[in-house]
Design a protein around this ligand. Structure first.
Ligand code: TRP
Length: 423
């Protein structure tokens, strides 16, 4: 913490780095499954409103706190409000990161397994029923998801160990455009599917009678999850943004991209869901049941499948690295641990919790809390309880505790950003 902080080299660099954390499984895996469970288009409208009206201001608060204090959330709050208990918001954020990264690694493990199976052309000639059954058998084996999760977790820990921040910035610049390109390609491919009309209607034609409190809450949670807010991730990024960059521009660009990528993913997935007669409320498995079928039907599907799961894996790892880094940095700052020890502890804990998530999904498992398996419990509570609670504390801090002039200074980049609008 005593070494001078690095900073992003340009606005594009900063936007892309924040984008790398924000864009991940949340857009491609979680968005379609939660939209499917909550009735489609009406949910999507609420989700868009929540992203821009609620999530963006919170993101700005986090970025501002981070750039002002040049610390992680915990350190920043301790610095801006010394002697008061605000810093425990940072501790809550670390707990949130731990909960998220545990089930995140499980899903990323599925993606890796699907990448491996694409390479050996294992999906070729299989019916949707067989693909769905295969996924169920994979999950029910108990040990296979744990194995793939471990591979993913190991790779994440490896990147955190070498601390390739700069590398990740560079890698995101190529990855993001590639991901968008692939999704657009899949969207165009959807045009030729039998279920195109039905799928598009599901995504675009809202039935507002479907909106109730629970839907609004799920939409809020999805917006928070997808934009990585409510846990201090953005504070860390804020601390790396140069003083004269406009924070609202970065937050705006990132939020627009994030929402567009999620919707593109919906357009790519739902026509196929209806073509293959898959139930849109299938839950976390939805996207994995659908994608192999899409690839099978398209020309060059073998390569598209490999490319898609590779990109999905990379989008996931840029997010998991930043979640892990948040836990490791906290252990290092708070307990004066070496990087090596902190990483070993964090990885061990995530391995244990991730294993719990994966094993609880086995059919008939008794690892259930509140009627949910541990995977669902972590997935649901992180976005509907932990992140909103963290977000609430963060905005109250930014609005009432932090000095008003400081916050205003950050939001206007001390008057620099208006000048920069022309450049
Ligand atoms: N937004 C990420 C995604 O969509 C997941 C995520 C949630 C995250 N909170 C985070 C990533 C904090 C990094 C840091 O996949």
């Amino acid at each position: 913490m005593h070494s001078p902080r690095g900073s992003f080299t340009s606005r594009f660099g900063a936007t892309v780095a924040v984008g790398g954390s924000v864009v991940g499984l949340g857009n491609i895996w979680r968005f379609p499954y939660v939209a499917g469970e909550n009735g489609g288009a009406a949910f999507i409208v609420v989700y868009i409103l929540m992203s821009f009206l609620v999530a963006v201001p919170i993101m700005l608060s986090e970025l501002s706190i981070g750039r002002e204090a040049r610390r992680s959330l915990h350190g920043a709050m301790a610095r801006l409000s010394p002697g008061r208990p605000w810093k425990f918001t940072g501790t809550l954020g670390v707990v949130t990161a731990l909960v998220i990264v545990s089930f995140y690694c499980v899903v990323a493990g599925w993606a890796l397994n699907f990448l491996g199976r694409s390479v050996v052309d294992d999906f070729a000639g299989r019916s949707i029923g067989e693909i769905t059954g295969g996924l169920r058998a994979f999950i029910d084996s108990g040990w296979k998801p744990v194995l793939w999760m471990s591979v993913f977790l190991g790779l994440t820990a490896g990147i955190v160990w070498f601390g390739v921040e700069k590398g990740i910035e560079r890698f995101n610049k190529i990855l993001m455009p590639l991901l968008v390109l692939m999704l657009v390609g899949l969207g165009v491919n959807s045009l030729f599917m039998e279920g195109f009309r039905e799928g598009m209607a599901f995504v675009l034609k809202p039935d507002f009678s479907k909106i109730d409190g629970a839907v609004v809450f799920q939409a809020l949670g999805q917006a928070f999850f997808s934009l990585s807010i409510g846990m201090g991730a953005m504070t860390v990024y804020g601390s790396y943004v140069k003083r004269d960059e406009s924070l609202p521009r970065i937050a705006g660009t990132v939020a627009i991209s994030d929402v567009c990528i999620a919707i593109l993913s919906g357009i790519a997935i739902f026509p196929a869901v209806f073509t293959f007669d898959i139930n849109p409320t299938s839950g976390p498995e939805l996207v994995f049941m659908t994608l192999p079928g899409i690839f099978q039907q398209m020309p060059g599907g073998y390569w598209v499948s490999i490319a898609f799961f590779s990109i999905l894996f990379m989008a996931a790892i840029t997010s998991s690295v930043s979640l892990m880094e948040a836990i490791v940095a906290w252990l290092m700052e708070e307990f004066r641990m070496s990087r090596r020890r902190a990483l070993a502890m964090a990885t061990g804990t995530v391995f244990a919790l991730g294993t719990l998530c994966a094993v609880s999904q086995v059919e008939g498992s008794r690892l259930r809390v509140l009627g949910m398996d541990i995977f669902d419990l972590f997935d649901k509570t992180s976005s509907t309880v932990l992140m909103p609670l963290g977000a609430l504390l963060i905005v109250v801090f930014a609005g009432w505790v932090m000095d008003g002039a400081m916050l205003r200074g950050q939001l206007t980049s001390m008057g620099h950003s208006s000048k920069r609008l022309n450049s």
